[in-house]
Design a protein around this ligand. Structure first.
Ligand code: ADP
Ligand code: 5GP
Length: 217
């Protein structure tokens, strides 16, 4: 088991994009890169797709249970997307932050906005993924082969709505070449972790340097 890193604060890393631009693929690569990263498993009322595992990809809930969680203040954010409810449960987020671990969110612009307005805003790193073209976005949605034609058409229709919120994010990546986008994403995360505001232990280190400085001949 990886020990918590209390020398720095945990970041809330938000990835958003129109459906099909590649954020789940990039999220998986980021998770494989750093085993200390945790993933915020969203709750949803949509049906599982073939291969999706309850508790790993999503917590699949019925509408009554979902609404009860919202009512009881158990969701950090929630939104209605493609006719279903989606939300980020608060518990794992609080645990990760406490332990100095970063937590990754694959959520839409509505959820990103809610978290950016919350008390956790100072620790948010938000990244938007754009497709290289609309034709390529359609090709990716079709090649993913997870949704029927009607669902793909619905996702394409909604893609402009999502893209139009691109400028509410800290960073924007055009996901043309997947390996290049992955490399850029890792660079961004690495740099954000080094921000002075994310490293509370720096104060102690500087105090130590100061006393060493004063003691040195
Ligand atoms: P999202 O999570 O944004 O809906 P996915 O990560 O599921 O999108 O990606 C949609 C499809 O596009 C998947 O089949 C994925 O393998 C593919 N894909 C993702 N990024 C790229 C890329 N840069 N070039 C080509 N195909 C890609
Ligand atoms: P999908 O059904 O393809 O898994 O997700 C559809 C959309 O819902 C994606 O844009 C995804 O990022 C978003 N989404 C997934 N989980 C959440 C969540 O917890 N909150 C919000 N606001 N959006 C989510």
């Amino acid at each position: 088991m990886t020990m918590p890193d209390t020398s720095r604060r945990g970041l809330l890393i938000i990835l958003s994009s129109p459906s099909g631009a590649g954020k789940s693929t990039l999220a998986r690569r980021l998770m494989a890169w750093d085993e200390t990263l945790s993933f915020s498993v969203s709750a949803t009322t949509r049906a599982p797709r073939p291969g999706e595992v309850d508790g790993k990809d999503y917590h699949f809930l019925d509408e009554a249970r979902f609404k009860a969680m919202v009512r009881d203040g158990e969701m950090l954010e929630h939104a209605h997307v493609f006719g279903n409810f989606y939300g980020s449960p608060m518990g794992p987020v609080a645990d990760a932050i406490e332990a100095g671990r970063d937590i990754l969110f694959d959520i839409d612009w509505q959820g990103a906005q809610q978290i950016q307005k919350s008390a956790l805003a100072p620790h948010v790193l938000s990244i938007f993924i754009l497709p290289p073209s609309i034709a390529e976005l359609r090709r990716r949605l079709e090649s993913r082969a997870q949704d029927d034609a009607e669902v793909i058409a619905k996702r394409m229709q909604k893609s402009w709505d999502e893209i139009s919120h691109w400028d509410g994010y800290d960073y924007v990546l055009v996901n043309d070449d997947l390996d290049a986008t992955e490399a850029h994403l890792k660079t961004i995360v690495t740099a954000e972790r080094m921000k002075a505001s994310q490293q509370p232990a720096l104060m102690d280190h500087v105090r130590t340097l100061q006393s060493e400085f004063e003691d040195s001949p």
